[in-house]
Ligand binder design. Structure first.
Ligand code: DP6
Length: 328
């Protein structure tokens, strides 16, 4: 009745931006990401506790944060088809910065895999990915390592909307992602609200959906060939298009700040000088740089020269895995 899982975050090369079903967390388009080490989240779930308790990163979770965890465990209870009793959840991350890189993808992936294991359900990556998706969309891509593709699916019940691993972490061990923390502050508009506003009000949204869906197989081909230059270009293009559709929302949504633009400018200059470095950008001002092992130090230096207060160098990461040591 107790299980512990370690999972890693992921960064999308082709982003997920917008839901066709808010309750089931079903996306309008497919997306493709890379799971990243060394950062991770470890989560222990135990059923049969005296009452439901959720401790996240050393604090008792409250409000919607707690509700999201308990709702996911209700799904586990329904899948187990028996009374598992209240649950105790303890989760800890080694994310070195406050709001630099969202821990929710790794957190919900760890919770889904640990919740199923604690309930005695068999290991099943598809079922775990669907469950993780119900916590946070991007979490479905953190159940497995390497390059994972979240297929949008067609069904209304979401049973065909989950992530599959296209290439494992060893496929392109030389690839690097360098997270540049320019701003540690909480973002003003969370991804969930930002994408909803964009879906509802941006006239560019249908174009985004069509384009992003078409970029996924292209990205897959470039990953197969390990073509860093072409993948870097695709990645930047996709990030710009996600941000463009949000800039066109009402009210407009701008996640970039002057430091972000400064870094992008500097990165382009470095690239002209032959440094193979590209960027992507989630719903916040902190770019993630894409490069190779030979240039990760140069990428970190570039980020620091542009005012990064923290930099995390990441390598392709592995699957969410069960651990024998529990957090309580
Ligand atoms: C910009 O997965 O955090 O990082 O499904 O509402 O929980 P919810 O959103 P979330 O959004 C991630 C958006 C993104 C792009 C991506 O990771 O694909």
């Amino acid at each position: 009745m107790k299980a512990t899982v370690r999972a890693h975050p992921n960064i999308a090369l082709v982003k997920y931006w917008g839901k066709r079903d808010d309750a089931l967390i079903l996306p309008h388009q497919s997306s493709l990401s890379l799971t990243l080490e060394p950062i991770h989240v470890t989560t222990t779930v135990e059923f049969g506790a005296p009452s439901d308790t959720v401790e996240l990163h050393g604090h008792a979770a409250k409000g919607s944060e707690r509700d999201r965890v308990l709702r996911l465990l209700d799904q586990v209870r329904a899948q187990a088809g028996r009374d598992l009793g209240p649950a105790k959840v303890v989760s800890r991350g080694d994310f070195p910065m406050a709001a630099g890189l969202a821990s929710s993808a790794a957190g919900f992936a760890a919770l889904a895999v640990a919740g199923r294991a604690a309930a005695g359900l068999p290991q099943d990556t598809r079922a775990s990915s669907i469950l993780a998706r119900r916590g946070s969309g991007s979490a479905c891509r953190s159940v497995q390592g390497g390059f994972c593709e979240w297929m949008r699916g067609e069904r209304e019940d979401g049973e065909d909307s989950y992530a599959v691993q296209r290439f494992d972490a060893g496929h392109w061990a030389d690839l690097r992602m360098v997270v540049a923390i320019l701003d540690r502050g909480e973002k003003e508009v969370k991804s969930r609200d930002g994408m909803k506003n964009t879906v509802e009000t941006s006239p560019y949204y249908p174009a985004w959906v069509k384009d992003a869906e078409a970029e996924v197989p292209r990205a897959r081909e470039l990953i197969a060939k390990k073509d860093l230059e072409a993948l870097g270009e695709l990645c930047e293009r996709n990030a710009w298009r996600m941000h463009s559709t949000s800039l066109a929302a009402d009210p407009p949504l701008c996640y970039l700040n002057s430091a972000t633009l400064g870094l992008i400018q500097h990165l382009r200059e470095q690239r002209k000088k032959g440094v193979p470095v590209w960027f992507t950008l989630d719903a916040g001002p902190n770019p993630v740089l894409l490069t190779n092992a030979a240039h990760e130090v140069a990428a970190e230096a570039l980020a620091r020269a542009c005012g990064a207060v923290d930099v995390v160098r990441c390598v392709p990461g592995g699957d969410a895995t069960l651990l024998t040591e529990h957090l309580f």
